[in-house]
Design a protein. Sequence first.
Length: 246
Amino acid sequence: MAISTNSIIHYTSTFDVLKLILKEGFKIKYCLESLKLGATGDGSNAAHPMISFCDIPLSDAERHFDAYGRYGIGLTKKWAMKNGVNPVLYIDKNSLIAKSIYELIKARRDKASNLTDEQKSRILEIKSYAKNYAGELKRGGINKSDYRFYDEREWRLVAPKDKIKASFSVLPSEYLADKDKYNNNISSCRFTFNPNDISYIIVDKTSEIPDMVNFLRNEYRKKCTAEELDVLLSKICSTEQIIADY
């Protein structure tokens, strides 16, 4: 059995959001991340513009449904590579690489450092792909202090600053004070895909499949051939089926 899929899957919590993704592509949003580095737990907290995916096989995805939603869309890894999607760099806070990244972050914050603006931007970009191996998670049906993020096999599409034309890194206090403002600033940034890039369309209940079929027939009839549409419809499955059959 494969320990990862040949696709990356983005999970979401509602049917309407899934249909919006299928219609308009992925909309970039800021995600607030806490990265702890070193024995004292110092590090960096900031919101970065991204979309998260995973490559967990469907047979092992049940716990992921609880945290991130029972609807999803899978895309080929060929699409992922083309769009700069990359696996997350998982870090134990006491490791050598944790120390190295923390030293880079401290140097970036130091007003007396000789780092150029370009180098400071590169440090932020590296950090935006980093995540702790384990830590606290309160989300959906999960509330754990020692949740193993590594098991999520996360991939990220982090939008570069020149594409979003807005702040690449936002302080937690500023972001939490007005999430809508910051996300509206980057709402025009989209990452699209073709029908042939889609490998899975996951709805929650099997009874929702006919609704998805009708939606795709209306939405994609001008985007692909009849044969391509038939293939696309064959990629629909439900969380109920996955839990029951895998």
